[in-house]
Design a protein around this ligand. Structure first.
Ligand SMILES: Cc1cc2nc3c(=O)[nH]c(=O)nc-3n(C[C@H](O)[C@H](O)[C@H](O)COP(=O)(O)OP(=O)(O)OC[C@H]3O[C@@H](n4cnc5c(N)ncnc54)[C@H](O)[C@@H]3O)c2cc1C
Length: 407
């Protein structure tokens, strides 16, 4: 199988590009087709809300591979083309007007920002952030004195808020919960982000409920349930993303908050795999299916799916990892907290010092850990999370090196 047939990858993002790379690196020399709806070569999205917005990176810096890479490896690129239908019996994908046959297929179609109808229907200037075009448009609008209103205190909303403050804009963030990032980080650590943004001059309004959005002379007027309102030159909506499952559904693959896969990233059809934001994969360590919308997951899962397309049969057991950069705060997080939350959060160090770690415990086991501005801490944090069982008092004690906590 390794050297023959046609392998098709649908989705021109990071997971797709990393899968193509792994297939060629592993010696697959059959026909390799990559179909992507966007007109660009596969690119990385994290800079779109950080270094690119801040003017520290060019668009070319975001490419996963340079243009010649695809020629050198004989990757048959179909960019600016949507795969519209999947036929699992005939083993074809409809790409434009053609049917492309496959022996193995990887679906890496990613996710799409969740829409806010109230904003879309208002006619006011509204933007979302997913693509290079979105980011370019936002960058052009980051002018000193511009008023930005960010709906949603999630990662993307907060990162854009930080970039907008950096550019001298006035920024209001509307978060419906008591704190931004509350569901992901819990109260203790979410408070750190709330304090940071307020200290940087963001008007962060929590418990905010939007009752109406109006288009007034080219601007947005956002009315809130508490009777206040926010006027903005531009509204950024960052309220999460939904997996792009249309293609999978058209072929009858099992779908449920993403494409369902086993531990080997195999979908309900044995020759079809899924990876990246769209995959809801059984995780051997976490013990249930998880769908992870992170850069690191797209890289590692794309490559792992590729190896399994070649018959490696390896479970994907990497712990979820993500990072963020906001103002002078850099953070890395590894692990996974179930939706029912953590029982305890252990802080190591004082957040007021700007350098600290945090660990999430569930049923007395460490299930996730993160650091802020402590760049050597990631490997020991990963080891602690992988081990799970640690002495909690020692974990809290900054005098005990993290590396002493695991065998
Ligand atoms: C602004 C921004 C900032 C981010 N910052 C971070 C960060 O700091 N840290 C972090 O860990 N993660 C971050 N992420 C998340 C990370 O970028 C994603 O997890 C990653 O891009 C997922 O890669 P993917 O290949 O699975 O999907 P995508 O990048 O979404 O790529 C999927 C591609 O498939 C295409 N496609 C969809 N359907 C079809 C079809 N039917 N036919 C053809 N093509 C199709 C899409 O157009 C898209 O180009 C960020 C995301 C965004 C948007």
């Amino acid at each position: 199988m390794a050297g023959t047939g046609t392998f098709v990858i649908v989705g021109g993002g990071l997971a797709a590009a990393k899968a193509a790379e792994a297939l060629r690196d592993e010696g697959y020399d059959g026909r390799l087709v990559l179909v992507g709806e966007e007109h660009h070569l596969p690119y990385e999205r994290p800079p779109l809300s950080k270094s690119y917005l801040l003017g520290k990176k060019n668009l070319e810096d975001t490419l996963v591979h340079p243009p010649e890479w695809y020629d050198d490896r004989d990757v048959d690129l179909h960019l600016g083309t949507r795969a519209t239908a999947l036929d699992l019996v005939g083993r074809t994908v409809s790409v434009g007007d053609e049917l492309t046959g496959f022996d193995r297929l990887l679906v890496a179609t990613g996710s799409t920002p969740r829409r806010l109808a109230l904003a879309d229907d208002s006619g006011a200037p509204v933007t979302y952030l997913r693509t290079l075009e979105d980011s370019r448009r936002i960058k052009e609008s980051l002018q000193p004195g511009q008023r930005w209103c960010v709906v949603g205190g999630g990662w993307i909303g907060l990162e854009v808020a930080a970039a907008a403050r950096g550019a001298g804009c006035e920024v209001t963030v509307l978060e419906s919960l008591e704190l931004p990032l509350l569901r992901v980080l819990g109260r203790e650590v979410a408070q750190v982000f709330a304090d940071l943004h307020r200290a940087e001059g963001v008007d962060l309004r929590v418990g905010a409920s939007i009752t109406g959005i109006e288009h007034v002379d080219g601007t947005a007027a956002v009315r809130l349930a508490d009777g206040t309102s926010v006027k903005a030159d531009l509204l950024l909506v960052g309220i999460g993303a939904t997996p792009n499952v249309d293609l999978a559904r058209s072929g009858g693959l099992a779908v449920g908050d993403g494409i369902l896969t086993d531990e080997r990233l195999r979908t309900s059809h044995p020759d079809v795999f899924a990876a990246g934001d769209v995959a809801n994969a059984q995780h051997p360590v976490i013990g249930r299916r998880v769908r992870v919308e992170h850069w690191d997951n797209a890289i590692a899962q794309g490559a792992a799916a590729a190896r399994n397309m070649l018959g490696a049969g390896l479970p994907y057991d990497r712990l979820p990892y993500f990072y963020t950069d906001q103002y002078d705060l850099g953070m890395e997080y590894v692990g996974h907290v179930d939706p029912d939350g953590a029982d305890e959060v252990v802080l190591r160090g004082d957040p007021a010092d700007g350098v600290f770690s945090a660990f999430w415990l569930h049923h007395q086991r460490v299930v996730a850990g993160m650091h802020v501005n402590d760049w050597d801490a990631l490997d020991p944090i990963r080891a602690v999370v992988t081990s799970g069982a640690v002495d909690v008092d020692a974990l809290r004690d900054v005098r005990v090196p993290l590396s002493d906590l695991v065998d």
